[in-house]
Design a protein around this ligand. Sequence first.
Ligand SMILES: [Zn+2]
Length: 205
Amino acid sequence: MDSINKLAELFKEFPGIGSRQAKRFVYYLLSRNSGYLENLAKLTLELKRQIKNCSSCFRFFPADAAGAAQCALCRDAARDSASLMIVARDADLEAIEKSHSYNGFYFVLGGTVPILEKEPEKKIRSKALTGLVKKRAAEGLKEIIIAASVNAEGENTADFVAKLLTPIIAQFNIKLSGLGRGLSTGTELEYSDADTIKNALKNRS
Ligand SMILES: [Zn+2]
């Protein structure tokens, strides 16, 4: 395989990218100067070195000189420790934060659970989630909000998470809610505007 096809194969692995788009990316790169390509290669290599997962919510955040294990949000003492919101991806967390309608903590699943998945616990950070919920429960957690996108896979993920957390929720008497009713069918959380998210949070059930 030549470089064009090899690179196109890599782009095809990106979310939502098919063969034709993958090829377009490669030809676009060929049209740019080597400074651009070097910068792209350099930043790509630096990503894993400079960005790490928060040890609490698991979102990605830039490592600082002090080597903090937790992101700024999880270290913020002004946030409400009675509330934990579970989202699929970093982009969902960012959409919620931008709406300024939630002041609790988060957990990022790092993916979703496809329907009929044989090993659903491997598709998301199941172990880290139950570990965090147990820890937060002992620290006064009162409510867990599952903020999934309103599509088949989002709902399947929400069902799996709810089932996974049932024993802990029962043990510590934690309220479990979802954004479902406040969002219309087909809504991707990531692309929802601030008002939609605010309403979904207000009408959670
Ligand atoms: Zn965090």
